[in-house]
Design a protein around this ligand. Structure first.
Ligand SMILES: [Zn+2]
Length: 168
C-alpha cells in the first residue's frame, strides 16, 4: 500500500451536532469547482466552510496533490447534502442525509479528471471510516445521486478506481 496521505486538521465554523441515534452509514462525494487555480479553489472552499451565510461544509477536502484537509470531525454533521429530491440509495434513511453520512469534497470540477493522488487518499480515508463506523464499501454515493441541481463529482469521477482501491 502507498504511503499514508498527509492529513491537515483545519476546523471550520459550519457544522451542527449529529442528532442522537444517528450513526455514520456511508459517504457522499462532491467536488469544489473553482479551477484552474486549484490552490485558490482549495483555499476558497475552506473559507466558504467558515462563512456562516454559506451554510456549507464537508468533513474533508482532498487537494489535487492528495493532501487531506479535515474540516469537520466525524461526530458532527457537516452541511454537504441537506437537500434530497431524488429517490435516495437504499442504505440511506429518509430525511437529511447529513445526519447519516460523511461528506468529501474533491478539489476539482466535473470536466477535469481527478488525480491519482486524490483517488489514493480517498480510498485510504474511506477504508479507515469503513473500519471505524462499520459500513460497507457499497454505501458511497455522489451528490448528484441525491439532488437534481448538483452534478458532482461528475462523469469523469471513476467509480471503478474507487471500488478497485477499496476492494484491493
Ligand atoms: Zn456537492
Amino acid at each position: 500500500m502507498a504511503n499514508e496521505p498527509t492529513v491537515i486538521i483545519r476546523p471550520v465554523a459550519n457544522w451542527s451536532a449529529r442528532p442522537p441515534g444517528c450513526r455514520i452509514l456511508g459517504v457522499v462525494i462532491h467536488c469544489t469547482t473553482g479551477g484552474p487555480d486549484w490552490d485558490a479553489a482549495l483555499n476558497a472552499t475552506l473559507s466558504w466552510f467558515n462563512n456562516a451565510t454559506a451554510m456549507a461544509s464537508a468533513h474533508i477536502v482532498i487537494a489535487r496533490n492528495g493532501d487531506i484537509y479535515e474540516s469537520v470531525p466525524d461526530e458532527r454533521n457537516a452541511w454537504h447534502a441537506g437537500i434530497v429530491d431524488k429517490p435516495p440509495p437504499a442504505w440511506l434513511p429518509d430525511g437529511n442525509p447529513n445526519n447519516w453520512t460523511l461528506g468529501v469534497e474533491l478539489v476539482g470540477d466535473t470536466t477535469t479528471p481527478y488525480t491519482d493522488e486524490q483517488y489514493a487518499s480517498l480510498v485510504w480515508w474511506i477504508r479507515g471510516k469503513m473500519q471505524r463506523h462499520g459500513f460497507p464499501s457499497t454505501n458511497i454515493c455522489a451528490h448528484s445521486d441525491l439532488y437534481r441541481q448538483r452534478g458532482d463529482p461528475g462523469g469523469l469521477f471513476s467509480w471503478d478506481k474507487l471500488r478497485d482501491g477499496l476492494n484491493d
